[in-house]
Design a binder for this molecule. Structure first.
Ligand SMILES: Nc1ncnc2c1ncn2[C@@H]1O[C@H](COP(=O)(O)OP(=O)(O)OP(=O)(O)O)[C@@H](O)[C@H]1O
Ligand SMILES: [Mg+2]
Ligand SMILES: [Zn+2]
Length: 453
C-alpha cells in the first residue's frame, strides 16, 4: 500500500519542496511554506474517464473539432485576452489583488453569457442578496443567472450537477473547502483540491469554469501561483489603486497567445472597456518638459502608445542609483551603459530613474529608443518635440535596429495625432507612411539624439 506523501508548497510562488524551510528557496518569502499531504491513489477507485470522451486513442484527423467550441463573453477586451472568446470546457483562473474588480468583471459578463447560456455564480464571500444588489448596480438581470452563496465544495458540485449550467463562476477559490481535507480554507492543500475538482467538472461535463483567486503578499492564503500549472488559462487583473484603469493580462493560456492585454476603466456602473488604450496612456502628458518621450510597442496584435519618463540627476552616492518601473531593470542598466559609451553622456555620475506611465510594462525591444531619448532629454534638460514618437531597438554598438510590424505602429502613431516618428533606418519592411506623418530614419544613437534634441 502506498504511503501518504507530504510535500510543501510556497503560498506566494507555488514552489514545491520536499521539506519545510523557513524561507522559500524560490522567491525568498519567509514562512510561506505549507504542508500538503498527497493522498495515495486507492486501487479500484481510479479516476474514471470524463463522460462523453472515448478512452481509446483516436487518430488525430478523426478527432472532432467543433467550431462552436469558442464563445464570446460580450466583453471585447476579455475575449481578446482569452484568445478570441472563452473555450467551452476550460478552466480560467482570474487572479488579482483585493478590490481590483474581479467579482465585478465576472458578474458583468453574465448579462451577455445568459442570453443563450445558463450561468451558476457561486460566491463564498457575498450573500445572495448582496450579489443581487451588485447585479442591479451593474445592470445584470436574467432568469438564466443563478446565484448561490456557498463555501462547501460538495454542495457546489451538487448544485452544478442539478442545474447543469453551461458556465460556473466560483468566487473565490480561497473560500471553498473540501470536507475530506482537514486543512483550513485558503491553504495550499484546500485550494489545490478544490481546483482539481473544478477541473474535473469542466472536463467531464464541458462546463466552462471561471475561478477567482486572490493574490496577497504576506502568504497567509495560497495564491493563484500555486494553481497556475493546473488550469487552462490564468488571467491577472492589475491596476494602480489610485487610478480607475485596470489591465487584464494572460500569464498562461492553453488556447491562445499570452501577449494580449485588455484595458478597462472602473466606473460606478461597472467596468467599461477601453478600446483605445493609447489615448488613455497618453492622458495628461506634460508637453515641453524635459525627460519624456512617446513609445509605440506591440501588445499582442495591437500597437499601443505609451509615455516613457526619465529623470537623471547628479549622484550623491559612490555607485549611481538606477530604478525602472514598467521597464526591465537590467535592460535599463544596459541602455544607460550604451548611452554612456556610444552617445557620450556621463551617466555613471548620475542617478537615473525610468518610469512608464499608466501601468503598462514595456517589455519589447522597440521601446529601447524612446527610453534612451527620454534619458538624453533629461540629461541635457531639453524637451523632445511633443509631436514626436520613437520606435527602435538599441544595439550594443549604439546602432538602431529594426523592429517588427512597423507599418502598423506608424498607423497608430498617426491615428493618435503625432506628426513625426523616429524609426530605424534599416527596416526591411516595405512601408506605407501615413499621410501627414514625417518619418526620421536613424542609423544610430548619435543621429537619433541629434534629431530629437
Ligand atoms: N456601490 C459602488 N459604487 C461604485 N463603485 C463600487 C461600488 N462598490 C464597489 N465599487 C467598485 O468596485 C471595486 C470592487 O470591485 P470588486 O468587488 O469586483 O473587486 P474584487 O476584486 O472582487 O474584490 P474582493 O477581493 O474584495 O473580492 C471597488 O474598488 C470600487 O471601485
Ligand atoms: Mg470579489
Ligand atoms: Zn516562494
Amino acid at each position: 500500500m502506498a504511503k501518504a506523501k507530504s510535500v510543501f508548497y510556497c503560498t506566494a510562488c507555488g514552489n514545491e519542496s520536499a521539506k519545510w524551510v523557513g524561507r522559500c528557496p524560490a522567491c525568498g518569502a519567509w514562512n510561506t511554506l505549507q504542508e500538503h499531504i498527497e493522498k495515495p491513489a486507492t486501487p479500484g477507485k481510479a479516476r474514471s474517464a470524463p463522460v462523453g470522451m472515448s478512452r481509446r486513442p483516436q487518430p488525430l484527423p478523426e478527432v472532432d473539432t467543433d467550431a462552436q467550441i469558442r464563445f464570446l463573453t460580450g466583453m471585447g477586451e476579455l475575449d481578446r485576452v482569452l484568445g478570441g472568446g472563452a473555450v467551452a470546457g476550460s478552466l480560467v483562473l482570474v487572479g488579482g489583488a483585493p478590490g481590483i474588480g474581479k467579482s465585478t468583471l465576472l458578474l458583468q459578463i453574465c448579462s451577455c453569457l445568459c442570453r443563450d447560456r445558463t450561468v451558476l455564480y457561486v460566491s463564498g464571500e457575498e450573500s445572495e442578496r448582496q450579489l443581487k444588489m451588485r447585479a442591479l448596480r451593474l445592470g445584470v438581470d436574467s432568469d438564466r443567472l443563478f446565484v448561490l452563496s456557498e463555501t462547501r465544495l460538495s454542495d457546489v458540485l451538487e448544485s452544478a450537477d442539478e442545474l447543469k449550467p453551461d458556465i460556473l463562476i466560483v468566487d473565490s477559490i480561497q473560500t471553498m473547502y473540501h470536507e475530506e481535507n482537514e486543512s483550513a480554507p485558503g491553504s495550499v492543500s484546500q485550494v489545490k483540491d478544490c481546483t482539481m475538482a473544478m477541473m474535473q467538472l469542466s472536463k467531464a461535463q464541458g462546463i466552462t469554469v471561471f475561478v477567482v483567486g486572490h493574490i496577497n503578499k504576506d502568504g497567509a492564503i495560497a495564491g493563484p501561483k500555486v494553481l497556475e500549472h493546473m488550469v487552462d488559462c490564468v488571467l491577472y487583473f492589475e491596476g494602480d489603486p489610485n487610478s480607475n484603469y485596470r489591465m487584464l493580462r494572460a500569464a498562461k493560456n492553453r488556447f491562445g497567445s499570452t501577449n494580449e492585454i485588455g484595458v478597462f476603466e472602473m466606473l460606478d456602473t461597472g467596468l467599461a472597456e477601453v478600446p483605445n488604450p493609447s489615448q488613455m496612456l497618453l492622458e495628461g502628458r506634460p508637453e515641453g518638459a524635459p525627460g519624456t518621450c512617446v513609445a509605440c510597442v506591440m501588445e499582442g496584435t495591437r500597437p499601443v502608445l505609451a509615455e516613457v519618463q526619465a529623470l537623471v540627476c547628479k549622484t550623491t552616492f559612490n555607485v549611481p542609483k538606477r530604478a525602472a518601473d514598467g521597464f526591465d531593470f537590467n535592460r535599463a542598466v544596459l541602455l544607460l551603459a550604451v548611452a554612456e559609451r556610444r552617445a557620450g553622456m556621463k551617466l555613471s555620475l548620475f542617478d537615473a530613474y525610468i518610469n512608464v506611465i499608466g501601468g503598462l510594462r514595456l517589455d519589447e525591444p522597440g521601446a529601447d529608443l524612446p527610453v534612451v531619448l527620454a534619458v538624453a532629454s533629461s540629461y541635457r534638460d531639453r524637451p523632445i518635440d511633443p509631436d514626436l514618437a520613437a520606435i527602435g531597438e538599441v544595439g550594443l554598438t549604439g546602432e538602431i535596429r529594426s523592429v517588427s510590424q512597423l507599418g502598423q505602429r506608424l498607423q497608430e502613431v498617426s491615428r493618435l495625432g503625432f506628426k513625426k516618428c523616429m524609426i530605424p533606418k534599416n527596416n526591411s519592411e516595405k512601408l506605407d507612411i501615413p499621410v501627414g506623418l514625417t518619418v526620421y530614419r536613424v542609423r544610430d544613437l548619435l543621429e537619433a539624439i541629434a534629431v530629437a534634441l
